[in-house]
Ligand binder design. Structure first.
Ligand code: SF4
Length: 361
């Protein structure tokens, strides 16, 4: 079985570890690129959202590399995610690819669906092997995400811009290559230490910007034109709630135990939006309310034509909790120069607000 998947941020580290422990057979398409996007755009209905187009591009590239089984993710929410699997399957079959499909509807099946999928992909390996593969994959993802959280802080204050990004790329490679828990732990300690020792401006008090919005575009740097790294270059510290390891821990385990990581966010959103509107729209409104006092500003990442984020974008200005919000619509027409200019203007605004606040104290 040669299994093709789509990319999502740094999730490939977890999936590779999981697949290797199950005996391989993974066809990882090349990282997202202009070609991936062009393929997705060419074969998708025009009005569909960017995550659909990019993941379709990934699946086409996986088929080109010989994948005979495709994992297509879907959901049971009230946005287009519910149609992803069927629509992508139809497009790929119309293109002439021959494959078996595994529809991984994580929102319905969660850990049980993933374990059944592992069993199937590993030719019925023992449950011990299946569970230990999943555990090792998630442990790697936790390591990657911890390093990434540190990188978000260091980028803002490093003296030589780009140092944290270079260390991050090396850390991902080292974590990817780690074959056992001991090596993984050593790698994590080593890169944490290196990042903590990056030469920095000790006087700097960087503005803090929260990244909110749709799950895929907040996690996938190609989809958001590497917005976090660009903010780091402008001396901004980025905070983000959404990380794959946190999502996996709650979706696969803690939600089963009745713990809902989003209940605080939903409660904060309720005066303005009373129910789920699909995707991450409810959380976007709640995060604005929650972070209004903690951060200097928010970047709201929304795929163009995404209904939940469009609703959230229109509700946010009416909340009494006030914080500057810059909405960036992500699609194939996104202009990099235009985005950088808007980011620079936004960061200038935050810095001048801070100065004005300090002067009135
Ligand atoms: S949340 Fe928005 S971008 Fe994401 S799948 Fe749904 S409609 Fe598309």
């Amino acid at each position: 079985m040669r299994v093709g998947i789509s990319h999502l941020g740094n999730i490939s580290v977890m999936i590779k570890a999981w697949s290797q422990r199950l005996g391989g057979g993974l066809i990882l398409p090349p990282p997202n690129s202009q070609r991936t996007l062009s393929l997705g755009v060419k074969y998708s209905p025009e009005g569909l959202c960017l995550p659909f187009k990019l993941t379709l591009g990934n699946l086409i590239e996986a088929c080109e590399l010989g994948a005979d089984t495709l994992v297509i993710t879907g959901g049971d929410g009230i946005c287009r995610l519910g149609y992803y699997a069927k629509t992508q399957e139809k497009i790929l079959r119309d293109l002439g690819y021959n494959f078996e499909i595994i529809n991984l509807s994580l929102s319905q099946q969660r850990v049980w669906g993933l374990l059944k999928l592992s069993k199937r992909l590993s030719n019925n390996a023992s449950w011990f092997r299946v569970i230990s593969a999943l555990r090792f994959g998630i442990t790697k993802q936790i390591a990657v995400d911890k390093i990434e959280r540190l990188v978000q802080k260091v980028r803002a204050v490093e003296l030589v811009k780009g140092t944290a990004n270079r260390l991050y790329a090396k850390a991902i490679e080292a974590i990817d290559n780690a074959d056992d828990y001991n090596t993984l732990k050593k790698v994590q300690i080593d890169y944490t230490d290196q990042l903590n020792h990056v030469a920095r401006d000790t006087q700097a008090k960087p503005p803090i910007v929260g990244i909110i919005g749709e799950f895929y575009v907040t996690l996938e740097p190609f989809a958001n034109q590497n917005v976090e790294s660009e903010l780091g270059k402008l001396g901004v510290e980025v905070r983000r709630r959404t990380f794959i390891s946190a999502w996996a821990k709650f979706s696969f385990f803690f939600n089963y135990l009745g713990l809902n990581e989003k209940s605080k966010i939903h409660k904060a959103a309720r005066p303005y939006l009373k129910r789920d509107i699909g995707g991450d729209g409810w959380e976007t409104v709640g995060e604005k309310v929650l972070h209004a006092r903690e951060y200097d500003g928010l970047i709201h990442l929304a795929p163009f034509t995404c209904m939940p984020e469009t609703v959230a974008q229109n509700i946010m200005p009416s909340t009494k909790e006030n914080i500057p919000v810059l909405t960036i619509l992500c699609d194939e027409q996104m202009n990099r120069t235009g985005m950088l200019t808007r980011l620079e203007a936004f960061v200038d605004l935050l810095k001048s607000k801070r100065r004005a606040g300090n002067n009135t104290q």
